[in-house]
Design a protein around this ligand. Structure first.
Ligand code: HPA
Length: 271
């Protein structure tokens, strides 16, 4: 067995011992969006720090625990908080939880994040269905020896975000009167916010939103054969489109739209 295979064996054995059973959906809850995990029924919560081979999350607004249980009638394994590349973790560390979700039997993941709006038609507080991404981090979690048991050497990214899930999310948003934008998420490494010139470049390249997470997780999901639903919360307009940026504004906006966000995800999961 490969090193990754051994690690996953240890992590899944630990989780099973803690009472984690069958998993349908993995959930990765971004900045300010972690509250959804508080609605999981019959919850088993495990701090990241206790999980073998997990990194330790350091960002404000990221609680840092795994929550297992039932949400909208589905068995979910939720990450309240996530690991970021800018914290100094390798891409493999950042995406290890996605490997764990796949190893626990999940068929799909829901990835969420706070993002800056690049599309001129977006307003802070909009939610955006991620239809595709641009990996602009300068790295890739699949660099290195490929573990054939996990997935192919050259994964197809043509449908990394699952088209069948777009329709469900759009239908639910319409029913709930939630303004759901859609577009391309461009992933930067961070931790700096982008410059105005970088945002002009991002727009020219076809990005609708920018952020510092998600792309590596979705690459590993594609490698693992997981279906993906991605939702961004547009917390601010990107650099150059408003006077300045700060993390407080990001947190404030997620606070404001989190109930809409939670309802959208819960009903989409149910359907
Ligand atoms: N840029 C990058 N990441 C972000 C932003 C942004 O403007 N807003 C929230 N996360």
């Amino acid at each position: 067995m490969t090193k990754l295979g051994e690690m996953l064996k240890e992590t899944t054995a630990f989780l099973k011992e803690k009472g984690v059973g069958e998993v349908d959906f993995g959930l990765i809850l971004g900045s300010g969006l972690g509250e959804l995990a508080d609605e999981v029924e019959d919850a088993i919560a495990i701090p990241f720090s206790e999980v073998p081979h997990f990194a330790v999350s350091t960002v404000v607004g990221h609680a840092g625990k795994l929550v297992y249980g039932t949400l909208s009638g589905k068995k979910v394994l939720a990450m309240q908080g996530r690991f970021h590349y800018y914290e100094g973790h390798s891409m493999q560390k950042v995406t290890y939880p996605v490997r764990v979700m796949a190893a626990m039997g999940a068929h799909s993941i829901v990835v969420t994040n706070a993002a800056g709006g690049v599309n001129e038609n977006f307003t802070p507080g909009n939610l955006m269905l991620i239809t595709d991404h641009i990996n602009f981090t300068g790295d890739n979690p699949l660099i290195g020896e490929n573990d054939e048991a996990m997935g192919p050497r050259f994964p197809d990214m043509s449908h990394a975000y699952t088209p069948a899930y777009f329709e469900i999310a759009k239908k639910v948003a319409k029913e709930q009167n939630v303004p759901l934008q859609e577009g391309v998420y461009m992933g930067y490494s961070g931790p700096t916010y982008e410059t105005p010139a970088e945002i002009r470049m991002s727009r020219a390249m076809g990005a609708d939103a920018v952020g510092m997470s998600t792309v590596s997780e979705v690459i590993v999901a594609a490698h693992s054969g997981l279906k993906v639903l991605g939702i961004s919360c547009i917390t601010n307009l990107a650099a150059g489109m408003q006077s300045s940026l700060n993390h407080a504004e990001v947190v404030e906006t997620t606070e404001r739209v989190k109930s809409q966000f939670k309802e959208l995800i819960k009903t989409t999961l149910a359907e």
